[in-house]
Ligand binder design. Structure first.
Ligand code: SF4
Ligand code: SF4
Length: 62
């Protein structure tokens, strides 16, 4: 299953210069939608990089 963002936990990397998950995803699978990160499940390769770089641990693999 692809990565999933907990929208309640994601703060869009407030206070940082960039959204870490979007910047680091090798498959360009994450976008901002309504001020929160959102994973395109068709592009996600389940590499888990976004899970490791999210400063608030907002992403999980289902
Ligand atoms: S698990 Fe990997 S491919 Fe999937 S959204 Fe996260 S960084 Fe991108
Ligand atoms: S790294 Fe975490 S807090 Fe930052 S945009 Fe992605 S999901 Fe949201």
């Amino acid at each position: 299953m692809p990565a999933l963002v907990n929208r309640d936990a994601c703060d869009a990397c407030a206070g940082r210069e960039r959204q870490e998950c979007i910047f680091n995803c090798p498959y360009d699978a994450i976008r901002l939608a309504g001020g929160k990160a959102e994973v395109d499940g068709d592009r996600c390769d389940e590499c888990k990089i976004c899970i490791e770089v999210c400063p608030v641990r907002a992403i999980v693999l289902e």
